[in-house]
Write a protein that binds this ligand. Structure first.
Ligand code: NAD
Length: 306
């Protein structure tokens, strides 16, 4: 039986829940939110959908104890309203650090020993804090990290070259935030290194990188939140865990080199992070990763001092 808990049923958590139920990817779903009325409304909306689906899912609400035997918990708590002015993900830090302090002890006392994937922002810091307070093994707790930013890079490059984004390879590394960067040395177009194509196709790396980094803000400023792409990312990671896919994706995971959580490619399977993927980055890129990791580390250390 595939059992998943989702904590935080806002725009993102509700989209994840709907996707899992409508695709028949989960047998039992446990929905938890600070807002009782909202979570029960989501439960009933999904239950009504089941009458028209070809699969069935048991949906429970507000019961941390039942997370004990869940395979996976997805955390999507937050308060997107806080960052309406400028979209700065660190605007949610105080709110989400408090949320972690409320949620993590409850996860811990449920006896949960599965895999935890965090979405809540600032993603790298919140993921690290969840790991610290749940005391789950580091490999069992990871964040969506730069998986979404990488999709945005694929979209930007694909649009520029008139190609489907799926045919663009490579990764965005670092923080799910302003200090992220596209590791252009890893980017391929239909398998060909993009660095070889730059001159012929007049590819302006800087513009594409800004497009990828600010892509979220563009969507956010139009609709006040983002949900479909992030939900698609987390559902792909969920499937990788449930089916032990050994799928390589850039997620926020612990780096022994930088001694912090940071977005980097890793192999995701039934044990969460199965291994890290070390690509040969240029000297400049390695420096960017070091500096982004340093920024995240400093924010995490700031939390423990408060
Ligand atoms: N990592 C990414 O790439 C990415 C992408 C999009 C959004 N996000 C983040 O995901 C989070 C959710 O986004 P959203 O648009 O759904 O926000 P939202 O404000 O619509 O929903 C947040 C939900 O969390 C619930 N919540 C708050 N504190 C809680 C607690 N202590 N326990 C249980 N539930 C709690 C709220 O009641 C609300 O229903 C935000 O932090 C947002 O910034 C991350």
């Amino acid at each position: 039986m595939r059992k998943i808990g989702i904590i935080g049923l806002g725009h993102v958590g509700a989209t994840v829940a709907y996707t899992l139920v409508s695709k028949g990817l989960v047998d039992e779903l446990v929905l938890i939110d600070a807002n009782d009325k909202k979570v029960v409304a989501e439960q009933y909306d999904l239950l009504d959908a089941i009458a028209r689906l070809d699969t069935s899912t048991t949906i429970k609400v507000q019961d941390y104890a039942t997370l004990k035997d869940a395979d996976l918990i997805i955390t999507a708590f937050g308060n997107i309203g806080i960052i309406q002015e400028d979209g700065d993900r660190f605007g949610e830090l105080k709110f989400n650090a408090k949320a972690v302090e409320q949620v993590a002890p409850k996860i811990k006392s449920s006896g949960f020993d599965g895999i935890l994937i965090n979405i809540g922002n600032p993603c790298d810091v919140v993921t690290a804090y969840l790991q610290q307070l749940t005391e789950l093994p580091q490999k069992h707790v990871f964040g969506t990290g730069t998986f979404l930013d990488t999709a945005r890079m694929q979209r930007a490059v694909g649009m520029k070259l008139g190609l489907d984004p799926k045919n663009i390879g490579g990764y965005v590394y670092g923080e799910h935030g302003e200090s992220q960067f596209v590791a252009w040395s890893t980017v391929t177009v239909n398998g060909r290194p993009i660095n070889e194509m730059q001159a012929g196709y007049q590819i302006d790396f800087e513009t594409l990188e800004t497009d990828a980094r600010r892509g979220g803000w563009f969507i956010f400023s139009g609709k006040g939140f983002t949900n479909y792409a992030i939900a698609t990312c987390v559902v792909k990671l969920t499937r990788a865990v449930l089916s032990n896919a050994h799928f390589a994706a850039p997620v926020s995971t612990y780096s022994p080199e930088f001694k912090t959580y940071v977005g980097q490619p890793a192999v995701v399977g039934a044990n969460g992070i199965e291994s890290l993927v070390f690509l040969k980055l240029s000297e400049l890129e390695h420096g960017q990763l070091k500096s982004s990791a340093g920024f995240i580390k400093q924010k995490i250390e700031g939390l423990s001092r408060n």
